[in-house]
Design a protein around this ligand. Structure first.
Ligand SMILES: Nc1ncnc2c1ncn2[C@@H]1O[C@H](COP(=O)(O)OP(=O)(O)O)[C@@H](O)[C@H]1O
Ligand SMILES: [Mg+2]
Length: 322
């Protein structure tokens, strides 16, 4: 399928705060991005940077404090409960933990057919046929129909979760650390499966990962998040080869890019601290060798620098490109 630059989802100026133990946590601070039809946007950043919150607001599972979210031309904020439920046919999610996202008491057939039942699609016979087709599409067999999750490997469970997400023929898949819990070789297989499915079905992906090697393998575009903000965004090669934000450079410095299966430890060990409170100045300053001594980084509000049509960043003193 030929991809186009048509947006299928747009997130504009979205903020979301939570009450934490030590005060207000700005999980999302004025973030904007869009998903282009048939393409993959990777949302990357260390643990706690707001990636899952971004996924949840896009899925309509959580409401932002401000900003707008548009999915397939519909403004989520204006939808009633039932309209939102119906929109879930178009946007589905696969989460990180292969086991906990599947009901352990249910058979594979029941798990994959549950969205078909929820949306009242087909009858028992046609649903079984559809589930068998879906199993094939994710590299499983008819013989898996009656298995329970604990009889499957982590990779097989993740394939079941993907089949369930595909059952209602969505246009958008949100993959929230969907391969992060898998062993290295299994991870590569599932990534290849996801690429194949995207090519076959023209799906649009929001691909969330803390692992830049995986992002490099999967993404057309990349948005780098730090403490609730998107600090750099652009085409994959711009973000990787011409990184302008110091945080992006730091993330990249520990990642070999030749394979999609780099260590999942490298960036996971660093936890974002909840941001103590926001103003519009740089919130990366305390970690930034360049920004630490600069007055503008401390006091001047950050704007988005649009370096080109496909590349932008938020930094007063961006990394020089040779
Ligand atoms: N329901 C919640 N209640 C309180 N704090 C939350 C909640 N969800 C997320 N947070 C906080 O928001 C920040 C971003 O979390 P999250 O979106 O899960 O990040 P990521 O997916 O990048 O690890 C973290 O500081 C997290 O503790
Ligand atoms: Mg998360």
């Amino acid at each position: 399928m030929i991809s186009t630059d048509t947006s299928v989802a747009t997130v504009s100026g979205v903020s979301r705060t939570f009450k934490g133990k030590t005060g207000v946590v700005h999980a999302l601070d004025n973030i904007s991005f869009d998903l282009k039809s048939g393409q993959t946007l990777a949302l990357v950043g260390e643990s706690g940077s707001g990636k899952t919150t971004a996924a949840r607001v896009l899925l309509g599972l959580d409401r932002p404090n401000s900003g707008t979210i548009d999915v397939l031309g519909r403004n989520l904020g204006s939808l009633k409960h039932e309209e939102l439920r119906l929109l879930r046919r178009e946007i589905q999610v696969v989460q990180q933990d292969p086991f906990s996202q599947l009901n352990r008491r249910h058979s594979v057939e029941r798990i994959i057919s549950s969205p078909l039942i929820a949306f009242d699609i087909g009858d028992k016979v046609s649903r079984r046929e559809q589930v068998i087709e879906l199993l094939k599409a994710v590299g499983l067999e008819k013989e898996h129909l009656n298995r329970r999750p604990h009889e499957l490997s982590g990779g097989q469970c993740q394939r079941v979760a993907i089949a369930r997400a595909l059952a209602v023929d969505p246009k958008i898949l949100v993959l929230d650390e969907a391969v992060s819990a898998l062993d290295v070789s299994v991870r590569a297989q599932v990534l290849n499966l996801l690429r194949q499915i995207q090519a076959d079905r023209g799906l649009t992906y929001l691909f969330i990962t803390h692992d830049l090697g995986v992002a490099h393998y999967m993404a057309d575009e990349i948005a780098v998040m730090f403490r609730g903000r998107i600090v750099e965004r652009g085409n994959r090669d711009d973000v990787f080869n011409k990184s302008r934000h110091h945080y992006t450079v730091g993330l990249l410095s520990s990642v070999p890019l030749a394979t999609p299966v780099v260590s999942k430890r490298s960036s996971e060990q660093v936890q974002s601290l909840p941001s103590p409170g926001v103003d519009d100045t740089c919130n990366y300053r305390s970690r930034c060798a360049t920004g630490l001594g600069r007055e503008d980084c401390k006091s001047v509000p950050l704007l988005i620098t649009q370096g080109s049509a496909t590349h932008s960043w938020r930094c007063h003193s961006p990394v020089e490109i040779a």
